[in-house]
Design a protein around this ligand. Structure first.
Ligand code: GAR
Length: 187
């Protein structure tokens, strides 16, 4: 089973679903750490409740992105982490981690890429009045949401209703991410 670290900056609902699936034996992975740039984020409580190690550094406490990611990398290496799974981690992965985990970093994004990359993808979709948006799981490269696409699923926009659309997207994310990770890890 691959050892996996989940990177998150927020609520961590995707972390929760992935960690629960791994524990239930529905995902062949060991979720050994949560990495966050926001030590206050709710994902930290979720990780603690599941006895998952938390690696929490504030980027502002470091002189450079290289220094920040090197601190994370040292902790990941202690835990022998093999895969990085981004789930609401709201920053770009830099050269330090990219070089260390080639083709072993994946991300989930709440749109049908290449539409609406970057922040607030759901808000972007609503602002454009699209009728269909969705979810993308993709490999991470140096760009913003530009890596090779692994899976996608469409989600209808409900009458421009942000809350309902968000709920649908989250539900689809939880299912699609677990399924896509299982395919990746069982290769
Ligand atoms: C998810 O919707 C994820 O797709 C999005 O953040 C949310 C995190 O939710 N990620 C991005 O927008 C990345 N650019 P969660 O903390 O409940 O898993």
């Amino acid at each position: 089973k691959p050892k996996v670290a989940i990177f998150a900056s927020g609520s961590g609902s995707n972390f929760q679903v992935i960690a629960d699936a791994a524990r239930a034996g529905n995902l062949d992975a060991d979720i050994v750490a949560v990495v966050t740039d926001k030590p206050q984020a709710y994902v930290v409580e979720r990780a603690t409740a599941l006895d998952v190690s938390v690696i929490a550094y504030r980027p502002n406490d470091f002189d450079s992105k290289v220094a920040y990611e090197t601190a994370i990398l040292q902790e990941l290496q202690k835990l022998e982490v093999e895969w990085l799974v981004l789930a609401g981690y709201m920053r770009l992965i830099g050269d330090t981690l990219l070089a260390e985990f080639p083709n072993k970093i994946v991300n989930i994004h709440p749109s049908l890429l290449p539409s609406f990359p970057g922040k607030d993808a759901i808000g972007q979709a609503l602002a454009h009045n699209v009728k269909v948006t969705g979810v993308t799981v993709h490999y991470v490269d140096a760009g913003m949401d530009t890596g090779k696409i692994l899976s996608q699923q469409a989600v209808e926009v409900v009458d421009g209703d942000r809350e309902k659309t968000e709920q649908r997207i989250h539900a689809v994310e939880h299912e699609l991410y677990t399924k896509t990770l299982q395919q990746l890890f069982s290769r």
